[in-house]
Ligand binder design. Structure first.
Ligand code: ADP
Ligand code: MG
Ligand code: MG
Length: 893
């Protein structure tokens, strides 16, 4: 027989799947001997069954009966007993804390009769009893029966107006009794029947409502955004009530064992006298700082501090706590490992190591690459304490300011005039793309982390805040909380916190980046945050098995990446070296009619390439540098077909046709492709244009020899892009080996030759390809495009938001590797490549190399390195360390 209900004494903190976070921790505290009111938890499995089977779950009722009877026995009272009622709270609590879920119902068991019993038991405290009853009707009505909350608020407001008072506490017993009558009317009007008087029926209805709230719209939306599985279900906690609203010697509060904003230790929290439940967070009355409790009730205060120390010692982490004091007696109502800012996460982990509570391995798992990334963005300097206009979802991190524009066209025009602008839209769609590119940041009134704006902004690395509260976007102004912001006014948006400010908030560079750069002001070196980052990164590097390289095409980028801890270059794109004033040479190459013309063009390019490579090899002295031979289609270096056609037509009209333009137009026409992504590019170019790859190979080998001659240690690796068949690679390799042998001579320089794996066919024939490759580097951007059959530029802005909304994928496969599909190709290629050539070096050079989730996947698959943009190198280092620690941990278990 399945067990659906657990007494608090039966559970523990590791049963979160079954008992939800709240239930598991209530059980843990109970078993630690802390003062937790008695109660029981109905499991998430019962919820799953209830939702699957509709109303009835076999055996659940009898189990609840039994546990309720036990609770009544413990408390010496019966639920809703007219003379001396036991009251309970009914609280939702899923495995992950979910703000979209049903709230709690307090005081279940009160009715027209037991309200007097409650008063009598409280020493004739009528006011308390009626206050508790009106709260029950309000919470029950709102959360169980969907009565609009405003109606209760209005009735409460009317009661205060009638009495001529401002504060709830100024209403006396008689006022509250009348309020109960008013509330009951509101209830009956909306629900169609009277407020249920039968206590057990109240309990059952509340439990079922919690079950159903799992599928409420808000909860579903939240889960999708946070990628919480939809089938977990919520647990329900039934807890004997304790009362913080019995008078000034009672109260309720929240506490943190450390400051969740900075991580510093100290007393943090709020307390409210003579109050129940959520009054503290609701902001109805002004709370007191927790430290003031010492003066109000020293005994409870000391006990609370004692308990906080016990909880930290037990959970080895920052805990947050809900408590209530009933006539001088302290009760614990909730604890959990508390949420914290990115800075606090690092600082706390570091402190806990110093305090001997956790070891360094554990500390590494307490922080994440995403948190480190947050610390690396420039931030607003909030020392002037600017009041935010509003707040939304921090959808793409960063700090941006600029003047407000409301259309994509305006954004483009003003940005072209050199102004920095923030594009403000109700929501964005693909037509807004040019404006999004032009803007410094994007602010929308609707949508969350998976909206069009969010997805596109993250793809571009642009600051974005979505779904800002109360934002009404008009044609040339927006209003928010009664304030008007006009086109051209300056605002500042924080893509990390989601806050929006009026005016230009000064931006402060990240001290963590300054630390990585090595040019940190000595005064900052002792900052707790910098010390924490240093300690944790050092340990992550020690543990990491995956190496982290960088994608860089210039000497300065290489140098910066090296300071950020890169252990080589995983992708040096040579095509960037064909831009600027070298375009002309490339044009000559493309337009060449004869072998001599072509050879001349190539000969002119070679020394330029050689100089670029030498710069990079110098900066990366001693470390491997993977140079990719030219990849994009050549027409990317030519003028656009339309422009050129117009130019030639106009010239012809005037009779002043230039022979060069006409030849160019013919070449552009000839090379025009309807699907360039799948056209003449990569290895195909090398095979079709004689001498192109040879020139690049020669330049690489010559640069390496030059560095060796300076006494350096070059470690060049030549990478052939877009290979789909081993024959392609063999052809290029044959030619390259001859050139290398000729250039290198007896200089001792070693040059490896390998390939990208970015065409699905290459992954599927990796065993063959490995025969001709000393290394593989997974080009996961193209591999994703080709595996899914969509081009990133076309799909990301056009319809990804819809796919995310429909849950077809939870995150863009360009942001985080699609483990099941693209990941499978990587796995196959890694395994078959290694079995054909033991010791084959395996890496990744797609953008996934800097994505935390993906780094863990590449660790699991057993790759040797990931490569990412310089800025993401520290993030990948940290995640590589975490992946190693976590996989070692799971081996122990
Ligand atoms: P949430 O998940 O929104 O925090 P809770 O279930 O924790 O909801 O309850 C909301 C409020 O009611 C909290 O302040 C909590 O401390 C209080 N509360 C819950 N159960 C009881 C109880 N049995 N006695 C007194 N207060 C309670
Ligand atoms: Mg709570
Ligand atoms: Mg590619």
């Amino acid at each position: 027989m399945e067990k659906f209900v657990y007494d608090f004494a039966e559970g523990n903190k590791d049963l979160k799947d079954l008992l939800g976070g709240k239930g598991a921790n209530l059980a843990e505290m109970t078993n630690l001997g802390l003062p937790v009111p008695a109660g029981f938890t109905i499991t998430t499995e019962a919820c799953q069954r209830f939702l699957a089977e509709g109303a009835h779950v076999d055996g659940l009722d009898t189990e609840i009966d039994r546990h309720l009877a036990a609770l009544e026995a413990t408390m010496g009272k019966k639920l809703g007993d007219p003379g001396d009622p036991l009251l309970v709270s009914v609280r939702s609590g899923a495995k992950f804390s979910m703000p979209g879920m049903m709230e709690t119902v307090l005081n279940v068991g009160l009715n027209d009769e037991s309200v007097t019993g409650l008063s009598r038991q409280a020493g004739g405290n009528d006011r308390f009893a009626w206050d508790s009853y009106r709260r029950l009707i309000q919470m029950f009505g709102k959360t169980v029966c969907d009565v609009p909350g405003e109606e209760f608020e209005e009735a409460l407001h009317d009661a205060k107006v009638a009495k001529g008072v401002k504060d709830d506490v100024q209403l006396d017993a008689g006022d509250l009794q009348e309020l109960v009558t008013a509330y009951k009317k509101v209830f009956a009007k909306h629900v169609g029947h009277e407020f249920p008087q039968e206590p057990r029926q109240q309990l059952d209805l509340a439990i079922e409502a919690v079950f159903r709230s799992w599928n409420a719209d808000r909860a579903v939306l939240y889960r999708r955004q946070e990628r919480i599985p939809a089938d977990l279900g919520t647990a329900v906690n039934v807890v004997a009530m304790v009362f913080g609203n019995l008078g000034p010697d009672s109260g309720t509060g929240v506490a943190f064992t450390r400051d969740p904003a900075t991580g510093e230790s100290g007393i943090y929290g709020d307390y409210l006298q003579n109050a129940q439940g959520e009054d503290v967070v609701a902001g109805i009355r002004n709370t007191l700082p927790l430290a003031d409790l010492e003066k109000i009730d020293k005994k409870s205060y000391d006990e609370l501090l004692q308990i906080m120390a016990t909880l930290e010692g037990h959970y080895h982490d920052l805990c947050d706590i809900e408590f209530t004091i009933e006539r001088g007696k302290l009760w614990m109502l909730q604890t959990r490992v508390g949420k914290r800012t990115a800075a606090a996460a690092f600082t706390i982990a570091h402190q806990l190591v110093d305090e001997g509570m956790i070891d360094l391995d554990e500390a590494v798992t307490r922080v994440s690459g995403a948190q480190l990334a947050q610390l690396m963005f420039p931030r607003f300097d909030l020392s002037g304490d600017p009041a935010p206009l509003t707040r939304g979802v921090g959808a793409s991190p960063g700090a941006a300011y600029g003047s407000v524009v409301f259309t994509s066209e305006a954004a483009v025009a003003q940005a072209a005039a050199g102004e920095s602008v923030i594009l403000v839209r109700r929501e964005t769609n693909p037509d807004d793309l040019p404006g999004m590119i032009a803007a410094q940041g994007i602010l929308t009134a609707r949508g969350g982390k998976t909206s069009h704006a969010a997805v596109v902004a993250r793809g571009m690395g642009k600051t974005c805040v979505c779904g800002a509260d109360e934002l009404e976007v008009g044609r040339d102004q927006f209003t928010v909380h009664g304030q008007v912001v006009r086109e051209g006014d300056v605002i500042s948006i924080d893509g990390t916190t989601g806050r929006v400010y009026r005016g230009e908030v000064p931006v402060r560079p990240s001290e963590v980046v300054q630390y990585f750069e090595g040019d940190l002001d000595p005064a900052l070196a002792n900052e707790p945050l910098v010390a924490a980052v240093h300690q944790i990164m050092t340990h992550a590097d020690e543990r990491a098995r995956l190496k982290v390289r960088t994608n860089a095409d210039t000497g300065p980028d290489s140098a910066r990446a090296r300071r950020f801890g890169a252990q080589g270059i995983g992708l040096c794109r040579t095509e960037h070296m064909f831009l600027g004033d070298r375009r002309e040479l490339v044009e000559r190459l493309i337009l060449a009619h004869t072998k001599t013309e072509r050879d001349d063009a190539l000969a002119a390019l070679r020394p330029l390439q050689r100089a670029d490579f030498l710069d990079i090899f110098r900066e990366m002295n001693g470390l491997p540098v993977t140079v990719r031979l030219i990849d994009p289609p050549l027409h990317e270096f030519l003028p656009s077909l339309e422009e050129l056609a117009v130019q030639v037509a106009v010239a012809r009209e005037r009779g002043e046709e230039a022979e060069r333009d006409t030849r160019m137009l013919a070449a552009v026409r000839r090379m025009h492709e309807s699907n360039p992504m799948l056209g003449l590019r990569g290895v195909r170019l090398g095979l079709v244009i004689p001498g192109l790859f040879a020139m690049q190979v020669r330049a690489i080998a010559e640069a390496a020899v030059a560095l060796a001659a300076e006494g350096g240690t070059p470690r060049p690796e030549i990478m052939v892009p877009l290979v789909g068949a081993v024959q392609e690679l063999e052809t290029v390799r044959g030619e390259a080996e001859k050139i290398i042998a000729e250039v290198v001579g007896d200089s001792g320089v070693q040059v490896l030759i390998g390939t990208m794996i970015e065409v699905p066919r290459a992954a599927l024939t990796a065993g063959q390809i490995a025969e001709a490759a000393e290394f593989f580097s997974f080009g996961t951007n193209d591999l994703t495009q080709m595996a899914w059959g969509f081009s990133r530029d076309d799909v990301e802005g056009a319809f990804f938001w819809r796919y995310l909304e429909l849950g077809i994928f939870g995150i863009s496969p360009f942001e985080s590797i699609d483990r099941d599909g693209v990941g499978r190709l990587v796995r196959i290629a890694a395994e078959e490549g290694r079995s054909a050539r033991p010791g084959l070096k395996l890496g990744v050079c797609g953008e996934h190399g800097g994505d935390p989730e993906s780094v863990h996947f590449f660790h699991e698959v057993g790759l040797d390195y990931v490569s990412c943009s310089p800025f993401r190198v520290p993030i990948a280092r940290l995640e590589a360390g975490r992946a190693a620690v976590e996989s070692a941990g799971s081996d122990h278990r």
